[in-house]
Design a protein around this ligand. Sequence first.
Ligand code: S5P
Length: 484
Amino acid sequence: MATPMMTCFQERVEQVIERLHDVDAVKFGNFTLKSGIQSPVYFDLRVMISHPDIMVEVSKLLWDKISTSKFDSLCGVPYTALPIATLMSAANDVPMLIRRKEAKGYGTNKLIEGKFKEGDSCFIVEDVVSSGSSILETAQSLSSSGLVVKEAVVLLNREQGGVEKLDANGIVLHSVFTMTDVLNVLSKRGKMKPDMVTTVAEYIAANKFQPNKEILSAKPKINDVLKYSERAAMCTNELSRRLFGIMDKKKSNLALSADVTSSKELLQLVDKTGPHVCMVKTHVDILEDFNQEVVEKLTSLAAKHNFVLFEDRKFADIGNTVMHQYSGGVYHISEWADLINAHAVPGPGVIHGLKKIGASKGRACLLIAEMSSSGNLAKGSYSQDTVKMAEENKDFVIGFICVSKVSSDPTFLHMTPGVQLEAGKDNLGQQYLTPSEVIGNRGSDIMIVGRGIYQAQDPALAAKQFQIAGYDAYMARMAEAMIV
Ligand code: S5P
């Protein structure tokens, strides 16, 4: 029963909490959460979709929470919040946007569905927040498409750091109720046995986010909390030091894979996208009209826009042969490419041969520890042995081509190909992950993007979008490492 002092809003919140309990969206017992933690309370708010009356009331409560804010559109985080946002949008005549989660693989390749223009503000809607990662990921997609996200609203705040993490990323989180509110309401309304009330209260207290110094420094994930500038200072290799410095200065962890086949197209593409990248990767052997003038122009563009030049030659032969391939032939790669890469399959001789040519010129090499294509064989012990080989040759090997972080050494660079704004694949085995997955979740340092940029209608704009998405993911990863 509501007390006379209780506001109408509070009373409605209590009723919804009780209804959620009645339909088993809130359960008490002994549960193992996705994180492996044992919990006496379990929320499965998805069951709401089977109860339209609850959905409608929840959408009204969420709306009442945000009705004084100003925004151009709403965006529900998939999946449960999608229909909730739809109800809010329809009832209040506010446009909605949808952030695509799955690959579309055809058509416009749009990341955000719905009509908007650059600079429009969007309010994010979510059902439950724990650490805030899902909201942050959605916010990053929206902002990389030109939208401004300053606020989000959630039905249930689990009080596990979401508010703080979002705040660190410039987003204010509003919530209708917290886990403590759920406990208070259900115990007051006689829905829980007294010993369960104590157990849940203890669980909430033990898992509650405490923004104190000890927690901030509890789990430093070494190269997650180190800034590019700090990592630059730790590097003994001149090229990796320079590269981290460029990433810091240009706020870019984007490498353009400039896989076009005419020199003119290559130079135009690189000049347009140069301001947004820390690196340009080439396959000179696909140029139909290669000549030395092209590489001279490329190196002057590298100086003009301040990026590193990486020839993706993937050397994979015995030391003596790769020496010739690297220094001679038509391309004279060692004369102009700052960085090259090699497969570890021939053994350390491939590195020693390349080093003989490149080290004295200040060049460096990446080893291919993993690949992005489906069915590739670079995995498990092969990848681990590749990392060992790199560790033994740190004077010349400065990092890896990989699809997730393979070494915790902060002076090694992790570079990941197979990146698009939407996950998916091409029809020849290439597999794509998103910038937030690659940089944010998998701990890579640089994302390599080819067709996502040079096949875009406006490659410079696409490069800018990738630059923002990649840098936002890096900042979010840093913020997360600080509060985990
Ligand atoms: O495992 C790999 C390694 C590399 S270097 N997978 C890759 O796709 N690459 C290269 O990255 C590939 O040769 C191409 O130049 C680029 C990816 O291009 P996109 O068009 O698929 O983005």
